[in-house]
Design a protein around this ligand. Structure first.
Ligand code: BTN
Length: 242
């Protein structure tokens, strides 16, 4: 299996991954783990903060041999599913859900966020940096974080971070290199809010509808009150949490 490279403190494992890739070829699946990030990055250009030494902050480098850019949404879905499968081998009783597009939730709280940064060239994906931030051994969070939860809060157990990093890396790489048939319906079945009426905001307008799945372009499908099913890209809609 691919290497795990450990850092005590670094600006961002995603940034370090990009620097390594700029220096030359990198082994597929190489994973960078740090105990502390000083400039951790989150989705939508936000920052990602995590208590040093308590949480998982890793980047998995994937260098697919021939991946068309149009297949990226499927790959992003597989990454999330790979993390969930890996976590379930460790904690089978944990009720994990995919909060579309890139979060993993336990009930109504966020356990894990994913930031995937790709390099593209001539319609192909050159490399993917799969950044994963998971709340693991942290027991109290800053009050400005909306709804965090950690593994230790869910199970009462403390986790070894390098071992967890290897487990997650192996789960993701297995899903990416030989995803089982039926993975897409497994993904849909894990969607947070699937089949229930949820509240959303898009273009400043609030509305509600039922999540029915995610299409092959990675758009969330929402069935409106009049029965019409609309597809939303990740930058087009925001779920309003109750
Ligand atoms: C999110 O906003 O939910 C995504 C968070 C992703 C954070 C991880 S931590 C490891 C990797 N390095 C970063 O700078 N960000 C990602």
């Amino acid at each position: 299996m691919a290497d795990l490279r450990f850092y005590t403190s670094i600006d961002s494992t995603n940034k370090e991954a990009r620097r390594l890739l700029a220096q030359g070829p990198v082994l597929d699946g190489l994973t960078l783990l740090t105990y502390e990030q000083t400039e951790g990055r989150g989705q939508y250009a936000r920052t990602w903060t995590a208590e040093p030494g308590a949480n998982l902050t890793i980047s998995i480098i994937h260098t697919p041999p021939d991946l068309p850019v149009k297949d990226l949404p499927l790959i992003n879905m597989k990454v999330t599913l790979g993390i969930i499968h890996a976590l379930h081998t460790l904690e089978p009783d944990l009720t994990l859900r995919i909060k579309w597009p890139n979060d993993i939730y336990v009930r109504d709280k966020k356990l894990c966020g994913i930031l995937i940064e790709n390099a593209l060239s001539e319609g192909r994906v050159q490399d993917m940096i799969i950044g994963i931030g998971m709340n693991v051994n942290e027991t109290s969070f800053p009050t400005d974080l909306p709804n965090p939860v950690s593994l230790i809060q869910c199970t009462g157990k403390k986790y070894d971070l390098p071992a967890l990093a290897e487990l997650i890396r192996d789960g993701v790489m297995l899903m990416l290199t030989s995803g089982p048939t039926g993975w897409k319906s497994a993904y849909d079945n894990l969607l947070y809010g699937l089949g229930t009426v949820c509240h959303f905001e898009s273009d400043g307008l609030a509305f509600h509808g039922m999540i029915t799945g995610v299409d092959l372009e990675g758009r969330m499908l929402v069935k409106m009150e009049d029965g019409e099913v609309k597809a939303y890209g990740s930058h087009e809609v925001r779920m309003i949490m109750g």
